[in-house]
Design a protein around this ligand. Structure first.
Ligand code: BEZ
Length: 395
């Protein structure tokens, strides 16, 4: 408490009190409080490895900046979202209302991400989505405070549809996916690209998320004998699906395509069953650029693991946050300036430089990759600078 000499007049006391307050204010500015980052990611269930890779990538970038972004030290608050949309609203509101986080980084699962986007939009809290491709997040739900460092479900899927029809000359395809927003949108994107290029999707199969009982549907595929199968699965489910597909002997007769999630971060476990598979994604092994090489070395040194697309997306979420914070000198309350800085930035990603479109989704090259040993090796750029159509985004 400030003590004044007993003989001070009332006016002197007021002047002294004001000076003391100004001192406190100045100190607070010089010593900005830590920036509270809420990490809402899956740390259990089929997407666990994806959540861990995103956190690793995010932390790596922060460490490379000396532990600070925009001059502010970072404090983490973590929530396991379990990839469960039913718990998503409670989980995100804990971060916003109980923990008073300044920014939320999350998540992997599209259904969970949509609940997060709704809460972020209502509260104005900055949200950076480091994976979930839900088209709606940068479509009808787009907002000045919501950004994505990853992809829309449409992007790699649309590119694969074109590759399967134009380059691989496939005519009739069956799709198979988990039945939730990401799977449905991925299949729709593939169908759009495939059918515009002359192919036809003849059957759409699905199992509930995160079910991995594929046998009955594999039997149905074998009987239908399409030219190609397009599948959306990721994490533990992708490992099981690719192994089951090969164990059923289907890999010998019907090529299996997918967005790169089908084989990214999963090749150790998939082994021989994934060899030769073609997928499309905004990251690949063997890009061999100075930027990616440096990232891969730093990641391997920190985590004793090779990075995957999820690690890149986490790393780039921190880069985007850093760009916004630098522009407002750490004052994330300056929302318009924060957003403007990210909107005009070229983000120096390990995947290759990208910028975000009006809807705040990356405009990026989509690579065609081929599984070779334990790598998703770069084959070519399937689609250059692909922007999500951002249908329904009004900003
Ligand atoms: C999604 O739910 O959006 C998603 C999950 C895993 C990989 C890719 C997309």
């Amino acid at each position: 408490m400030t003590r004044f000499p007993s003989h001070a007049t009332r006016a002197t006391r007021i002047v002294l009190a004001a000076a003391a307050l100004a001192c406190v204010g100045g100190f607070a500015q010089a010593q900005q409080a830590k920036l509270k980052v809420g990490l809402m990611l899956p740390y259990s269930g089929t997407y666990t490895a994806l959540g861990v890779a995103i956190e690793n990538g995010f932390r790596l970038n922060v460490e490379e900046q000396g532990g600070k972004l925009g001059g502010r030290e970072i404090e983490y608050v973590k929530v396991d979202d379990e990839s469960d949309p039913a718990k998503a609203t409670d989980n995100v509101n804990k971060l916003i209302k109980r923990d008073n986080v300044d920014v939320i980084i999350g998540t992997v699962h599209s259904g969970v991400a949509m609940a997060m986007a709704k809460a972020a939009k209502e509260s104005g809290t900055v949200l950076i989505v480091p994976n979930a491709g839900a088209d709606a997040v940068t479509g009808p739900m787009c907002a000045p405070n919501i950004f994505r460092s990853s992809f829309s479900n449409w992007q790699p899927a649309y590119a694969m549809g074109e590759v399967a029809a134009k380059q691989e000359k496939k005519k009739k395809a069956i799709t198979i996916t988990w039945k939730y927003a990401a799977g449905d949108e991925s299949v729709n994107g593939f169908k759009e690209g495939f059918e515009k290029s002359g192919g036809q999707v003849v059957k759409q199969l699905s199992v509930p998320f995160p079910n991995v009982e594929f046998q009955a549907l594999l039997t149905e595929i074998a009987a239908a004998k399409p030219d190609a199968v397009y599948a959306f699965f990721a994490g533990g489910g992708a490992v099981k699906f690719v192994k089951d597909y090969a164990a059923a002997g289907l890999d010998k007769t019907i090529p299996l395509y997918g967005p790169g999630f089908l084989t990214d971060g999963t090749l150790d476990a998939q082994g021989a069953s994934a060899q030769g598979m073609l997928t499309t994604l905004h990251y690949a092994d063997g890009l061999n650029t100075p930027r990616d090489n440096a990232f891969r070395i730093a990641y391997a040194k920190s985590f004793k693991l090779q990075p995957d697309v999820y690690a890149v997306q986490g790393y780039d979420a921190a880069q985007m946050l850093g760009i916004g914070l630098a522009a407002v000198k750490g004052d994330i309350g300056k929302k318009a300036e924060f957003a403007a800085a990210i909107e005009k930035a070229k983000i120096d990603s390990p995947r290759g430089p990208f910028s975000v479109g009006k809807s705040h989704n990356p405009i990026q090259d989509i690579y065609l990759r081929k599984v070779d040993g334990k790598e998703n090796k770069l084959v070519s750029i399937a689609t250059k600078s692909l922007a999500d159509p951002a249908r329904g985004c009004r900003m």
